[in-house]
Design a protein around this ligand. Structure first.
Ligand code: ZN
Length: 115
């Protein structure tokens, strides 16, 4: 014989868990997304610092990411490890951006620091 009262209790418990998951999971995802974005932007800032250093030293920006050397530099977006894109119309201008639209950075300006 099935114990319907026990089955009902079990169903209520499962339903409660599902409801909690529905509430918690989206918040967790959003938090994770913003963490990834933060890491991505700090990597972009690190590269921008290296660019400024190069400009101060040689009077020009580096036109290829492979030319930038740095111990802790990372040239990929943490979301899916896709490579940042460096756009250099000439040696005194550059724009570095994340292919996943986390932002861009160019001569001392960053997309996430604009009013
Ligand atoms: Zn990114």
């Amino acid at each position: 014989m099935l114990n319907w009262s026990a089955v009902r209790k079990l169903l209520i418990a499962i339903l409660a868990l599902v409801l909690v998951a529905i509430i918690v999971v989206p918040g967790y995802k959003t938090k994770k997304q913003s963490e990834i974005q933060q890491v991505c932007r700090s990597r972009l800032e690190q590269i921008a610092k290296a660019q400024e250093k190069c400009f101060a030293q040689y009077g020009r920006y580096v036109s290829g990411l492979t030319e930038i050397s740095g111990d802790s530099l990372n040239f990929t977006c943490p979301l899916n490890d896709s490579r940042f894109i460096l756009d250099t119309p000439d040696s005194t201008h550059y724009k570095l951006f994340c292919p996943n639209k986390h932002g861009w950075i160019s001569e001392k300006r960053a997309s996430w620091k604009q009013e």
